[in-house]
Every structure is written in structure tokens, then in C-alpha cells.
Design a protein around this ligand. Structure first.
Ligand code: TRP
Length: 456
């Protein structure tokens, strides 16, 4: 019997759908279901949607392709990828920033996912009663640190379980189960929502075009949302791309993932707003909309416990398939660069990320008074560094790297290797070299000015 080589071969996705569902799983997350609807509602409805779609097509999609190509060619984690393509240069630092950002995002993403798990559990056991004050209940929930710690821990253990199984048996197989389930639950909830009396008012709120709302602030929101929702800027897509075979297709697969992410974000608005308006509730914002307003909807709706359970299960699934891409990125770094065994890497990193989630949890109880720059609590501080600084910086670095260090001609040829009818042309180079770096640099600076000087 022949023994395997001491050097293990890199695992690859077993099929095209496997990659698409896994990458769509990374993209579709809290950003789509929880964040996108209220950001759209608050930023001028249909007008915001048009701007957002433009950002997705002209910035998000080209960057997504870029990360896939860096990963596929190098067959490495983000740090190793930049090292392989530009040996002996400091470009690996861009990968390092990505790995660090993944660690940071997962530590608070898992805390919010834990709220969602807790609400799924609650819907299953007791449901939502009309006599309850859900705002007060949510306040009580997040101020109970031991409870949050437990759900955050459970969520991290789920992620660690899947990632420890590897690419095919872990990420790919679970994405193939969870993504169709997510889609079915969403269809079910949309049908319920748009057949309620007065559903139209919600759709009108979601999509009413308010031309006057175009502002620097809104453009900023649109780009930030497009990075976060596509999981770009930190090497998650480099990592997933590194499990493609060298001959696998890029532009078409990227279009599928970006398309699915966009459709699900829009559908999410159709799921949430008709129900909120049908029961005469305020569209509110953020965590409030999901965890304080929607429970009222489920309390008033016939079979609300079932629909409430379905909704929070959907939210938890979306969070889980995104979180595993964050954990995989960090894990790939230890495995590829430091030669650590996958199992050990997962346990060590999962534990550290769990610990890093403790300060955001305490921010709602022991440390309620703590504020960064007088405005952000602990969780929002983590989120601010990740979203306003590290993700755009990471995306900027990847674009400049491809445009000037790797050389755009080599990169475009690499992207088109294995491509079918959809290919990148000169337009891709123009976007990567000029448009994207300029737009992203402006965004980073405008974001800093906005935060430090509160310019509206
Ligand atoms: N895209 C996910 C969402 O919409 C979040 C996410 C997962 C992410 N992996 C990422 C964001 C990597 C940035 C980078 O919720």
C-alpha cells in the first residue's frame, strides 16, 4: 500500500456549485438580512438601491474577481498569496491586515449571531406574546453577560465544528445544506409578508425614490455596504479562491455569487417591511428593527411562533455560513504559513476569537458607559475599525497590488484563464487601476472626517 506524501495536497472544491454556494454563503449574511433593508429604507429607498447596484457592479464585482484570481493563482491563504505573487516585498502585509480583520470581525459578528440563536431558541420554546415589551426584553437580554457569553460560545463551537471538517466535508457540504434551506425559508416568509393587509405600504417605504437624498453620506453608506456584503477587503475571497483548481472559471462564478447576494438583499426588504407596516409598526433601525420590532409582528401574526422561529433560524443560518468564511481565512493562515494542523489551528483560533468577543459583550453590561470618541460602544468600535478602516484599506491594497505590482495585463490574463463567454476586458483594468483606488481612497478619508468632525 502506498503511503501518502508527507506534504498534504491542497483540498479543492468538488464542484462549481460547491464553490458558488460556499462563496454565496460567505456573502449572504447579517449584512443582507439585518443591515441592508434598514440602510436602504433610511437612505432614500429606490435611489439608494440604484447607487448601491452601481457600486456592486463597478466596484464590488471587479474586486471580487480580483480576490478570486489572487487566490486561485497562488493556492494560498492571504499572507501566502501576496508572498507568492510578489516575493521579497512588503505586500504580504496586505494579507496580514486581512487576516487580522477577519479575526476582529468574527469576534463581534459571533456575538450578534448569538442574539439570533437565542431568539430562535426562544421562538421555538415559548414564542412571542402580545403582552410583552420587546424593547425592554431585548435590553434585558443584551445586558445579561452570562447569557450572551453562552450563545456566543455555542455559535463559535458550530463554526469550529464545520471548519475542522475541512473544505469539502465541512464548508462545501454544509453550504449545500444550509443555503437551499435559507432560500426556502426566505420564500416562505416573503409569501407570508406580502399577503398581509397593507403590505404595499411597506414596499412603498422600502423603494420610494427620494432623489433629494443623494449625499456624500449616502454614497459612503452604499460603498461600505457593498464591501461588507460581498465579503471583500480582507482576503476571505482570496482564501475561498485558493481552493479553486487552476483551471476553474472566474468571471462567471463571481457573477453568480454577486448576483445571488444582491437578489437576497433585495428580497430581504420584501420579507421585512410589508410585515412591519401591515401591523402599523415603525420601521426603526438596526438591531432594533430585527430584535425589537419584528417580535411584535410575530406576536400579532397568526402562527407567529412558527414564522418567528423560521425568521430567526434564517438569520442564524445566514450568519453561520458567513462566519465560517471568516474563521476559514484565519485558519488557512496558520495552516499554510505556520504549518499548524487544521484541527489545532481551529481550536486555538476559535478560543482566541471567543475571548476577543468578551469586551463587546461587556459593553452592554459592566462597561455600558465606555465610549470610543464619545460615540461608539465596544461592539460598534470593533465594527467601526473593521468597516470604516480595515476593509476599505484591504480592498484598496488589493486593487493597487493588482493594478501596479502584479501588472494589470498579467492579472487580466490570469482572470480570463478558463473563462467561458464572460471575460474581463480593458474595462476591468481601468476600474482596478484608476476608478476603484480613487473612489476607495476618498471613502476612507471621508469616513474619517465624518467620524472625527461629524460633518454631515
Ligand atoms: N458578507 C457577510 C455579510 O453580509 C459578512 C462577512 C463575511 C464579511 N465574511 C466577510 C465581511 C469578510 C467582510 C469580509 O454579513
Amino acid at each position: 500500500m502506498k503511503r501518502f506524501n508527507a506534504v498534504r495536497k491542497r483540498e479543492h472544491w468538488s464542484s462549481r456549485t460547491g464553490f458558488i454556494l460556499a462563496a454565496a454563503g460567505s456573502a449572504v449574511g447579517l449584512g443582507n438580512i439585518w443591515r441592508f433593508p434598514f440602510v436602504t429604507g433610511e437612505n432614500g429607498g429606490a435611489i439608494f438601491l440604484v447607487v448601491y447596484l452601481a457600486m456592486i457592479v463597478f466596484i464590488g464585482y471587479p474586486l471580487f474577481i480580483n480576490e478570486m484570481a489572487i487566490g486561485r493563482l497562488s493556492q494560498k491563504d492571504p499572507v501566502g498569496a501576496f508572498r507568492a505573487l510578489a516575493p521579497g516585498t512588503p505586500w504580504w502585509l496586505a494579507g496580514g491586515l486581512g487576516v487580522f480583520t477577519g479575526f476582529l470581525i468574527l469576534s463581534y459578528y459571533s456575538v450578534v449571531a448569538g442574539w439570533s440563536l437565542a431568539y430562535t431558541w426562544r421562538a421555538m420554546l415559548v414564542g412571542f406574546s402580545e403582552a410583552s415589551d420587546f424593547s425592554a426584553e431585548f435590553g434585558a437580554h443584551i445586558s445579561s453577560a452570562p447569557v450572551l457569553l453562552m450563545w456566543h460560545g455555542i455559535f463559535m463551537v458550530l463554526c469550529m465544528g464545520i471548519i475542522s471538517l475541512g473544505i469539502k466535508r465541512g464548508i462545501e457540504r454544509w453550504s449545500e445544506i444550509l443555503m437551499p434551506l435559507l432560500f426556502l425559508l426566505m420564500i416562505l416568509l416573503i409569501i407570508r409578508s406580502i399577503t398581509l393587509d397593507g403590505a404595499w405600504d411597506g414596499i412603498r417605504y422600502f423603494l420610494r425614490p427620494e432623489i433629494g437624498r443623494i449625499s456624500p453620506r449616502m454614497l459612503l453608506n452604499a460603498v461600505a455596504q457593498s464591501f461588507f456584503t460581498l465579503s471583500i477587503g480582507m482576503g476571505a475571497i482570496i482564501t475561498y479562491g485558493s481552493y479553486l483548481k487552476r483551471e476553474d472559471e472566474i468571471p462567471g462564478n463571481a457573477a453568480w455569487v454577486v448576483g445571488m447576494d444582491t437578489v437576497i438583499a433585495i428580497l430581504s426588504g420584501f420579507m421585512i417591511f410589508p410585515a412591519v407596516f401591515s401591523f402599523g409598526l415603525e420601521p426603526g433601525s438596526g438591531a432594533g428593527l430585527t430584535f425589537m420590532t419584528l417580535p411584535n409582528v410575530f406576536a400579532m401574526m397568526p402562527f407567529g411562533r412558527f414564522f418567528g422561529f423560521s425568521f430567526f433560524l434564517l438569520l442564524s443560518i445566514a450568519a453561520l455560513t458567513s462566519a465560517i468564511s471568516l474563521l476559514e481565512t484565519v485558519t488557512a493562515y496558520l495552516v499554510d504559513e505556520k504549518g499548524v494542523r487544521r484541527g489545532w489551528a481551529v481550536v486555538a483560533l476559535g478560543t482566541l476569537i471567543f475571548l476577543a468577543g468578551i469586551p463587546p459583550i461587556l459593553g452592554y453590561s459592566a462597561w455600558t458607559g465606555w465610549r470610543f470618541l464619545g460615540q461608539f460602544d465596544v461592539l460598534d468600535t470593533y465594527d467601526w475599525f473593521a468597516n470604516s478602516l480595515f476593509l476599505p484599506l484591504g480592498a484598496l491594497a488589493a486593487a493597487v497590488f493588482t493594478g501596479y505590482a502584479w501588472h494589470i495585463r498579467n492579472a487580466a490574463a490570469e482572470v480570463n484563464k478558463g473563462a467561458g463567454r464572460l471575460r474581463v476586458g480593458a474595462w476591468w483594468g481601468v476600474l482596478i487601476r484608476y476608478v476603484i483606488p480613487a473612489v476607495v481612497a476618498v471613502i476612507i478619508i471621508a469616513g474619517l472626517i465624518d467620524t472625527f468632525w461629524k460633518v454631515k
